[in-house]
Design a protein around this ligand. Structure first.
Ligand SMILES: Cc1cc2nc3c(=O)[nH]c(=O)nc-3n(C[C@H](O)[C@H](O)[C@H](O)COP(=O)(O)OP(=O)(O)OC[C@H]3O[C@@H](n4cnc5c(N)ncnc54)[C@H](O)[C@@H]3O)c2cc1C
Length: 405
C-alpha cells in the first residue's frame, strides 16, 4: 500500500483512536493527527465514562477492553430515583441482556482512561503514524485522494496525503465547517454543573449509576474508580448564573448539602460546567471526507450515549473503509454509513437523551407520577425490562441500523 493510500484520521479522542486501531488491525495504514502533546494529553476535563455493553464488545475486538476493565467499575444495575419523594423508583439490571451480549453490564470507566490506554496501543501499532502536537488546519480533495494541511510539532506548516479523511475532531470539527455541512439542532439554555466528590454514596442505597428526577433540581450520580474513588454529581443551572459564581467552593458545598446533608462537609475533588447541545450534521460524508463521533452529532449526556454512539460510528466506518480499500466494496458503502449512523443519531441517541432530560426535569405532578409508575412497571416485568435495556444500551439501535440498506 502506498502512503497516499492511507486514511487520515483527525483527533485522538475515543472515536479517532478506535477507528485508527480498527483500521490498522486490518492492515490499513492510518495517519492519526492530534493537537494535544504527550505533556498535556491527560489534562482534559472529565467527560464521558459509562460504556454500554455493545461498546464493550467493540473495545474487545481491538484488544482495548482488557486494558480498561481493571481501571473501571463493572456496574450491572442502574437506578431511577425520585428526589422529591426520596425514593428509589426503579432498578434496571443488565443481567436481563445475558442472551443479547457477552457483557451484560456497563463499565464505568472515564473517557480519559480510555484514550490513555488506546493512545498507548496506537503508539505500539506499526500501521499507525501518530502525529501528536499537530494541529489540523484544513484539507482539499479530488477524485483520487485528499490532502490535509497541518501545523506540525515544530510549528511548521505541512501537508499529508491520503485516500480518505475522517473527522474525529469533536464538536468543533473544521472538516464539517469547511464542507459547509449544517449542524442541525439546538442548544439548551441551562448548562450542567459537574461536581466530583470523594464520598461513597452507596451507603445511602445508590447504585454505581443513578438518574434522579426532581422538578426543581434533577441530577445524575456516577461512581468512578480511584484511588481515591470519586463520584460525579450533575446538576442543572439557571442560565443567568455566572460560571465563576457557580463554581465557588461554598456554592458547590451548599449544592451537595442540599442534595444530601453530610456532617463535616464533602471532599470536593473538582468541578466543571458544560453547555449541552442536541445537534446532528445534515450529512456525514462529502466525497472522501467523513464525519464520525461528536463532529457528526452531539447530545445531552443523560443516558450516556454520546461517546458510545460515536464509537459505534467508528467501528461501522472501519468495516466499510477496509472493504473499500481492499476493493471488495465501492464508495456507496459510505452512503450506507451515513444512512445507518444518521438514523441512529436522530431516532435513538437524540430522541432518547431528549426524553431522558424531560423525564428527569418533569414539573407536572400527575405526569411525574405516571412516569414513575411506568418505570416501576417496566423494571418489574422481565420482558419489558429487557426491551427497555436493549434501547437504553443502544443494542436496538445497532440491530435497526443493520436493517438499513
Ligand atoms: C460532561 C460530559 C459528560 C459526558 N458523559 C458521557 C457519558 O457518560 N457517555 C457518553 O457516551 N458520552 C458522554 N459525553 C459525550 C462524550 O464525551 C463525547 O461524545 C466523546 O468524547 C466524543 O468523542 P470524539 O472522539 O468524537 O471527540 P472528542 O472526545 O472531543 O475528541 C476530539 C479529539 O480531537 C482533537 N482535535 C480537535 N480539533 C483538532 C485539530 N484541529 N487538530 C488536531 N486535533 C484536534 C482533540 O484534542 C481531541 O483529542 C459526555 C460529554 C460531556 C461534556
Amino acid at each position: 500500500m502506498q502512503p497516499s493510500d492511507q486514511v487520515i484520521v483527525i483527533g485522538a479522542g475515543p472515536v479517532g483512536l478506535c477507528l485508527a486501531l480498527a483500521l490498522a488491525q486490518h492492515d490499513v495504514r492510518v495517519c492519526l493527527i492530534e493537537a494535544l502533546g504527550d505533556d498535556n494529553f491527560l489534562d482534559q476535563i472529565p467527560r464521558a465514562g459509562t460504556n454500554h455493553p455493545a461498546t464493550l464488545e467493540m473495545f474487545d475486538r481491538i484488544g482495548l477492553y482488557a486494558k480498561i476493565e481493571p481501571r473501571g467499575i463493572i456496574a450491572p444495575v442502574f437506578h431511577y430515583w425520585d428526589r422529591a419523594e426520596q425514593a428509589l423508583v426503579a432498578a434496571f439490571d443488565h443481567a436481563y441482556l445475558k442472551d443479547d451480549t457477552r457483557f451484560p453490564y456497563v463499565l464505568q470507566c472515564e473517557r480519559i482512561k480510555i484514550v490513555e490506554e488506546a493512545l498507548a496501543m496506537a503508539k505500539a501499532q506499526p500501521n499507525i503514524d501518530l502525529r501528536m502536537e499537530t494541529t489540523f488546519l484544513g484539507f482539499s480533495q479530488d477524485a483520487d485522494g485528499v490532502t490535509a494541511r497541518v501545523t506540525d510539532a515544530a510549528g511548521e506548516e505541512a501537508t499529508i496525503a491520503g485516500r480518505y479523511i475522517v473527522s474525529g475532531e469533536g464538536a468543533r470539527s473544521i472538516i464539517r465547517k469547511d464542507l459547509d455541512i449544517e449542524f442541525e439542532g439546538f442548544t439548551y439554555a441551562d448548562r450542567t454543573l459537574n461536581i466530583e466528590v470523594a464520598y461513597d454514596f452507596r451507603r445511602h442505597g445508590y447504585a454505581e449509576r443513578n438518574y434522579i428526577s426532581d422538578p426543581v433540581e434533577w441530577s445524575n450520580l456516577f461512581h468512578w474508580k480511584g484511588p481515591p474513588d470519586r463520584w460525579r454529581v450533575h446538576f442543572p443551572t439557571r442560565p443567568e448564573e455566572t460560571e465563576e459564581a457557580l463554581q465557588r467552593p461554598e456554592g458547590l458545598q451548599a449544592r451537595l448539602q442540599n442534595f444530601l446533608p453530610k456532617a463535616g462537609g464533602y471532599e470536593i475533588c473538582g468541578s466543571n460546567l458544560y453547555t449541552v447541545h442536541q445537534r446532528v450534521a445534515k450529512r456525514f460524508r462529502a466525497g472522501r471526507a467523513i464525519l464520525a463521533g461528536d463532529s457528526a452529532h452531539v447530545n445531552s449526556p443523560i443516558g450516556a450515549m454520546g461517546m458510545n454512539s460515536g464509537i459505534h460510528d467508528a467501528f461501522n466506518l472501519a468495516d466499510k473503509l477496509v472493504r473499500i480499500l481492499r476493493a471488495e466494496a465501492d464508495e456507496r458503502e459510505l452512503d450506507r454509513y451515513e444512512r445507518q449512523r444518521r438514523h441512529v443519531a436522530i431516532k435513538h441517541t437524540q430522541a432518547q437523551t431528549m426524553r431522558n432530560k424531560r423525564l428527569l426535569a418533569e414539573q407536572d405532578p400527575a405526569v411525574r407520577k405516571r412516569n414513575n409508575d411506568e418505570l416501576r412497571r417496566t423494571a418489574e416485568d422481565r420482558k419489558l425490562a429487557r426491551a427497555f435495556l436493549l434501547r437504553s444500551s443502544l443494542i436496538e439501535s445497532l440491530r435497526e441500523a443493520e436493517q438499513i440498506a
